[in-house]
Design a protein around this ligand. Structure first.
Ligand code: NAP
Length: 249
């Protein structure tokens, strides 16, 4: 019960990495807010599973790239639980296309969801955490944002995650001493997001990975648990790479 009675918002928790984080946080005693945009059935199923295991969860549909919807997400959380201890900016999209094929709309969508979404959610939640004099923000970045050449194929995605790394450090400086802000930079994690990436690229990723396997959502969730726990309270502004050693620095 490392997160007993903590209140956590996890954006994009209907599936993939976000779902694993929500389920693990709930098993560790947190009351969780499962945000989603399209996958209502999946989000409700996550909340249902958590409740059946004795945990507490609500689902809130909101587009993290729209400030009015983010406001509603945070207001609903406050009305239901009365405080916010943990924000995981996890919602994201990945357009597996070459630079010359990506449209302006796809560029805007990626930056808006992956980067502006984290800015909007942090801006809405930070005043509450500052009032509480306690809180932690975890940004789901990527090792694509760390200038590792073989992870830098998808231009708009790389730009959004490099921005996320900068946002993490700038917010850590701005929001201390009561709020910690860290990022997780996963490598290749088997979820729907990467299903469309060419099998030859997937093989190359595996060849470059010392631990010789793809990551799982649980690998990432375990790190998100550590960063949200009291054990991590002296860590801020850091990028935690979870990539089986691929592109180690
Ligand atoms: P995923 O399986 O595709 O899930 C993405 C989640 O984001 C879904 O819950 C989706 O909700 C939500 N979402 C998308 N747009 C949204 C919006 N505008 N507002 C609110 N929620 C939105 O992806 P994943 O692989 O778990 O990735 C999760 C995070 O990890 C992303 O930030 C991704 O960039 C990062 N990451 C992933 C990998 C990887 O290899 N998989 C590697 C590095 C970093 P709906 O289901 O409702 O659409």
């Amino acid at each position: 019960m490392r997160l007993k009675d903590k209140i956590a918002i996890i954006t994009g928790a209907s599936r993939g990495i976000g779902r694993s984080i929500a389920e693990l946080y709930a098993r560790e005693g947190a009351k969780v807010v499962i945000n989603y945009i399209r996958s209502e059935k999946e989000a409700l199923a996550v909340a249902d599973r958590i409740r059946k295991q004795g945990g507490q969860a609500i689902c809130v549909k909101a587009d993290v790239s729209k400030s009015d919807e983010v406001k509603r997400l945070v207001e609903t959380t406050m009305k239901t639980y009365g405080r916010i201890d943990i924000l995981v900016n996890n919602a994201g999209v990945h357009i597996a296309k070459d630079f010359f094929e990506v449209t302006e709309n796809e560029w805007d969508q990626t930056i808006d969801i992956n980067l502006k979404g984290a800015y909007l959610c942090s801006k809405e939640v930070a005043p509450i955490m500052l009032k509480q004099k306690q809180g932690t923000i975890i940004n789901m970045s990527s090792n694509s944002g760390l200038y590792h050449p073989s992870a830098m194929r998808f231009t708009e995605y790389v730009a959004s995650k490099a921005g996320m790394n900068g946002l993490t450090k700038a917010l850590a400086l701005r929001l201390g001493p009561h709020i910690t802000v860290n990022a997780i930079c996963p490598g290749f994690i088997k979820t729907e997001m990467v299903a469309e990436i060419d099998p030859s690229v997937q093989k190359m990723v595996l060849d470059e990975t010392p631990l010789k396997r793809f990551g799982t959502c649980e690998d990432v969730a375990n790190c998100a648990l550590f960063l949200a726990s009291d054990e991590a309270w002296f860590i801020t502004g850091e990028l935690l790479i979870v990539a089986g050693g691929r592109g180690m620095h």
